[in-house]
Write a protein that binds this ligand. Structure first.
Ligand code: SF4
Length: 104
C-alpha cells in the first residue's frame, strides 16, 4: 500500500521579499528574443512561467504576458530551460548589482 504524502507548503514570497535588489536599469542582464512577448512561442514561454522561482515570467488569464528582470534571483533556471529558443541573453549582473540574499 502506498503511503499518501502530505503536501509541503513553502511561502516563497515571504522569503524572497527579505532580499535586496540593486537593479541595473542601464543593462538588462536577461533579454528575451522579442520585445513583444505575445509573439513568442507559447510552449517556450510556458516553460519560463513554470520554472522561474521568483515568478517573473507571467501569463494572465487574458493571454497577456510580462517579464521583469528586476526581481531575478540569478538562479539560471530560465537559461537552462530556454537558452537557444526564446532567451536571447542571460548574463550575471555587473558587480554590485542584482540580488543580495538575506538568508546566507
Ligand atoms: S535566473 Fe532564475 S530567478 Fe532569474 S529570471 Fe531566470 S528563472 Fe527567474
Amino acid at each position: 500500500m502506498m503511503r499518501k504524502l502530505k503536501p509541503i507548503t513553502v511561502n516563497v514570497e515571504a522569503l524572497i521579499s527579505a532580499n535586496k535588489y540593486n537593479v541595473d536599469e542601464s543593462n538588462k542582464h536577461i533579454e528575451l528574443a522579442a520585445e513583444d512577448l505575445s509573439t513568442l512561442p507559447a510552449e517556450e514561454f510556458g516553460k519560463l512561467v513554470r520554472v522561474c522561482p521568483a515568478a517573473l515570467y507571467k501569463e494572465r488569464d487574458d493571454g497577456s504576458r510580462s517579464f521583469d528582470y528586476a526581481g531575478c534571483l540569478e538562479c539560471g533556471t530560465c537559461r537552462i530551460a530556454c537558452e537557444g529558443t526564446i532567451l536571447k541573453k542571460w548574463e550575471s549582473p555587473q558587480p554590485g548589482m542584482g540580488v543580495m540574499y538575506r538568508f546566507g
